[in-house]
Design a protein around this ligand. Structure first.
Ligand SMILES: [Zn+2]
Length: 385
């Protein structure tokens, strides 16, 4: 390795650390793996999940120090935000673009300019401040993007090495350290992009942020369900249109039913509040836009209620608890729900896994959730705020 390349690399790290000091410790944990010149397209300095960053010396030679610095901060953000694990399946490059849009509006500061080839929400005609799952839903045909590697979508790459690198436990410690630095920086200087503030809140206090966690669990469930069908683009038959690719009609959004535990341990006021939050969440995701399907359940399921607003739901129940009955009743609704959201304290027997995907909003950390469901801990103390 030429000394000049090493020096330029070191200068880029220093430059990046100055632009976003709270990311410096994470950025310095990236372990460079130098590849042969021109062997792969490493123009965006792709990473893997073990925090290796793959470097083509020729790209370093041809790229300005601030641009290399930008990519260092960009790639470490893919890793800190677990974009590889959040990949919903079906279209890695599309997900790469969605992740890039989530990242790059948070890296846009005075001194830090986004290189021409990098994706921003503005270039996609979409608002700043969204998370990748939101961009993923609304993306037009995926534009050309740089390949950010396994760290961005979890899929393997031919250049990946098999050295151990940073373990997942170390990665979590790095994330907590960065989150604390973000909080400190915010207190002392204030100039932290909002996406990083949200992220730090989530890392340091996931329970308080159950709304976001629930939101992303439901969103991911919906994306997974939608991903089972051809969700984005397909080529129409030649007879229809000879030479263009049109977006196919998107499949109708998955349907969602809510099962709410009315067995008596939670007050009606709290249940209504949570239901209101959930209705707002589903609405903002574009599901249940017309009617919300709600099944009240104690030891048995009550007749499903289809309501326009959460406050119209009559909370029926008060007896024993068996969420299995509510899930069964929800699964029998027509149209059949693709996703069932269960709001419960978890002091209930659970049935065998239903065909629908299940997300459990758990309101007591001592409650149980079956392994086949995604669970989100809801802190009742924060509900009434
Ligand atoms: Zn990227």
């Amino acid at each position: 390795m030429e000394a000049e390349i090493r020096q330029k690399w070191a200068a880029a790290r220093v430059w990046a650390a100055r632009q976003a000091p709270y990311l410096a410790s994470a950025m310095l944990a990236l372990e460079p793996v130098f590849e042969d010149e021109g062997k792969y397209d490493l123009s965006a300095f792709p990473t893997d999940k073990a925090w290796h960053i793959y470097v083509d010396p020729r790209v370093v030679a041809e790229t300005e120090v601030p641009a290399i610095g930008f990519w260092l901060l960009h790639q470490v953000t893919h890793l800190l935000r677990h974009h590889g694990d959040r990949y919903p399946g079906g279209h890695p490059r599309r997900w790469n673009v969605a992740g890039d849009a989530e990242i790059n509006d948070d890296l846009h500061t005075d001194a830090l300019t986004v290189p021409d080839q990098a994706i921003t929400p503005t270039k996609l005609n979409l608002p700043d401040g969204w998370i990748a799952e939101q961009y993923w839903e609304k993306l037009p045909e995926p534009p050309q993007s740089s390949d950010c590697g396994t760290g961005a979508d979890g899929q393997s790459r031919p250049w990946n090495c098999d050295r151990p690198g940073v373990s997942s436990i170390s990665a979590r410690l790095i994330a907590q350290d960065v989150a604390r630095r973000i909080k400190d920086h915010h207190r002392s200087r204030g100039d932290i992009p909002s996406g990083w503030q949200r992220w730090a809140d989530e890392v340091l206090d996931p329970v308080v942020n159950w709304r976001q966690v629930l939101r992303s669990a439901v969103r991911r469930g919906i994306a997974e369900i939608a991903g089972r069908v051809d969700f984005t683009y397909r080529r129409p038959s030649r007879r229809q249109r000879p030479d263009v690719i049109l977006p196919s009609l998107r499949q109708p959004l998955p349907t969602v039913a809510v099962v709410i535990d009315t067995s008596g341990s939670m007050s009606d006021g709290m249940l209504a509040q949570i239901l209101g939050e959930v209705a707002g969440l589903l609405n903002s995701l574009g599901v249940a836009r017309n009617r919300l399907h709600v099944v009240c359940c104690d030891a048995k399921a009550y007749a499903a209620q289809r309501v326009l607003n959460a406050h119209e739901v009559k909370l029926l129940g008060g007896g024993g608890t068996d969420m299995g009955a509510g899930i069964k009743a929800a699964a029998e609704l027509r149209p059949r729900p693709d996703l069932i959201l269960v709001l419960t304290d978890g002091h209930t027997p659970w049935p065998k896994p239903p065909r629908a995907k299940v997300v459990v909003g758990l309101m007591d950390p001592a409650g149980t959730v079956p392994s086949w469901a995604t669970s989100v801990l809801i802190d009742p103390e924060t509900v009434a705020r």
